[in-house]
Design a protein around this ligand. Structure first.
Ligand code: SAM
Length: 248
């Protein structure tokens, strides 16, 4: 996803069912909108900023080409959330990578999982926490950069399930996540990554398969609003070979 593709996509945004939030809302500085999102039997109100483009910070971009992709709900998040709503990971320890505004994390928590949602944008974590609270769910959050994971993340008990939606859009992402997953997953755990067939997905899948991980993939047609990547979303399921390996 290039910067120009992203801008083109945002011009197509048509927030449906949106309305302003009350001024005493903790997210008020963002002037967020809330959209009703239906996931299986769940009807959730999810808050997000009105325009991701308005949040672009030229200093962030100059430093590490960071762009505020967190501020939208991407089709992969809908597909991943629907999958998790249909098969709730009740009682499992779940870590979401690149949570954005947190829909899959909220759905996991409502399904009885113990959830840690992570992103490298603090603002994304604030929206995720608020969206969880509004849904009546408890989601813990932590600032995490995949290429420099904090000791507090690595010191946690291993996760049964690591999830992520549309996190493989840049070449650098796959290798960073491939290095991180073995450090997060419990033996017998799995990762579930939803991806809209981005070419850079191979940067995650190939090294893990070469290291003996099992890889299964399903392709799901997303019925809602689509972006330049089209309506087909791949759900990659990755399982480590007989254990997750050393965590540090
Ligand atoms: C395309 S957005 C997807 C957001 C959300 N998962 C969804 O599908 O709606 C990619 C997400 O990954 C996060 N991200 C990108 N690079 C990251 C990194 N190196 N470490 C942690 N998070 C990162 C972004 O901030 C953003 O929230």
């Amino acid at each position: 996803m290039s910067r120009s593709q992203r801008k083109g996509r945002e011009r197509d945004l048509t927030p449906s069912e949106s309305r302003p939030v009350a001024p005493d809302d903790p997210l008020a500085p963002f002037a967020p909108v809330r959209e009703e999102v239906v996931v299986g039997d769940l009807r959730l109100e999810i808050a997000r900023p009105p325009s991701a483009e308005d949040l672009i910070d030229e200093d962030d971009y100059a430093r590490d080409e960071r762009l505020p992709y967190w501020a939208e709900l991407w089709p992969s998040a809908h597909v991943l959330a629907a999958h998790l709503a249909a098969a709730p990971p009740a009682g499992r320890a779940v870590v979401e990578l690149g949570c954005g505004i947190g829909l899959p994390s909220v759905v996991c928590a409502l399904g009885g999982a113990c959830v840690l949602a992570t992103d490298w944008y603090e603002e994304a974590l604030a929206f995720t926490a608020a969206n969880a609270t509004r849904a009546g769910a408890r989601v813990e959050t932590m600032a995490v950069d995949w290429s420099a994971p904090p000791p507090a993340l690595l010191a946690r008990p291993p996760a049964d399930l690591v999830i992520g939606a549309d996190i493989l859009y840049e070449q650098r992402n796959g290798p960073a996540i491939a290095a991180l997953l073995p450090r997060l997953l419990a033996p017998g755990g799995e990762a579930l990554i939803a991806d809209p067939r981005r070419p850079h997905a191979a940067g995650l899948i190939d090294p893990l398969v070469a290291a003996g991980w099992r890889h299964d993939v399903d392709e799901v047609r997303h019925a809602g609003r689509i972006d330049e990547s089209g309506p087909l979303i791949r759900l990659h399921r990755l399982r480590p070979p007989g254990g997750a390996g050393p965590r540090d």
